[in-house]
Design a protein around this ligand. Structure first.
Ligand code: HEM
Length: 233
């Protein structure tokens, strides 16, 4: 009797390591684009209360009259939430897969230096996920507002009331350090995944990723620090 050899079924792209890395890169890019917009919007706090509050109101009116009030903002929130969930899920999945692959091939010895970015990404990523929940409870849901009265819609007053307290500024600055490292390593590793790893490209990518991380850090941190030192009041 003859047996017909069948080729093993190829898994769909999204189930392969490279497919998952592509999805991580895509969801990370969605989050990054939104963060750039968020950082630029936050800088309006440097103008005055009216400008900043009307910017927050502009976000709620986005898409009108085609979409009813706040509906477009809700669409953005849904896209962003999906991107966050996909990004975190795949990060956990890929890191488990990496660890399994490594345990079968090597005896576990001291951490080599090449593991540093992976460790920073893992723990920094976890810290950022916790920060986002804290941040929403702080400014969006108004559940955490120590020492001041949270008024929905009075975003400027909420920001100033919040960052009058040094320990809240410290939490935000620490989170922005984690964000800057995440952006730096994340941007660099996307290009590694897709093969741009010659020496010349590597230097250019590292420098660009570093510049982006520094701009995001300074832009975000300028707000809490500006309030704390009394430049924004
Ligand atoms: C120093 C840094 C930051 C400051 C001062 C800041 C400030 C704010 C403020 C005032 C709001 C409320 C806006 C409103 O009610 O219209 C807000 C919303 C939000 N922020 Fe931030 N933010 C910072 C960093 C971040 C980071 C790093 C992330 C994500 C990793 C983030 C994610 C969000 C999200 C998801 C919302 C809710 C947006 C919405 O649904 O309308 N923020 N932020």
């Amino acid at each position: 009797m003859t047996t017909i050899a069948t080729a093993p079924a190829t898994p769909p792209l999204y189930r392969t390591s490279i497919g998952k890395k592509m999805l991580m890169a895509a969801s990370g890019l969605v989050i990054l684009l939104w963060l750039i917009g968020h950082m630029l919007g936050n800088l309006k706090v440097w103008l005055n209360q009216r400008e900043f509050d009307s910017y927050a109101e502009f976000l709620r009116r986005l898409g009108e009259p085609i979409f009813p009030h706040t509906v477009f903002l809700w669409l953005i929130r849904v896209v962003l939430t999906v991107a966050f969930v996909v990004h975190v899920y795949l990060a956990v999945d890929l890191s488990r897969r990496n660890r399994r692959a490594r345990q079968t091939r090597y005896v576990r010895t001291a951490r080599v230096q090449a593991d540093m970015p992976a460790v920073t990404m893992r723990w920094g990523g976890l810290a950022l996920a916790l920060f986002v929940i804290f941040h929403l409870a702080n400014f969006t849901w108004g559940w955490i507002h120590p020492g001041y009265r949270f008024v929905r819609g009075s975003v400027y007053a909420n920001v100033v009331g919040n960052f009058d307290q040094w320990w809240l500024v410290a939490i935000y600055v620490a989170a922005m350090v984690a964000l800057a490292l995440h952006i730096y390593h994340g941007t660099w590793s996307i290009f590694q995944t897709f093969g741009a790893n010659s020496r010349r490209w590597d230097r250019l990518i590292r420098r660009s990723a570093g510049a982006l991380a520094i701009v995001m850090f300074v832009g975000f941190v300028s707000v809490p620090v500006g309030v704390l030192v009394g430049a924004i009041q």
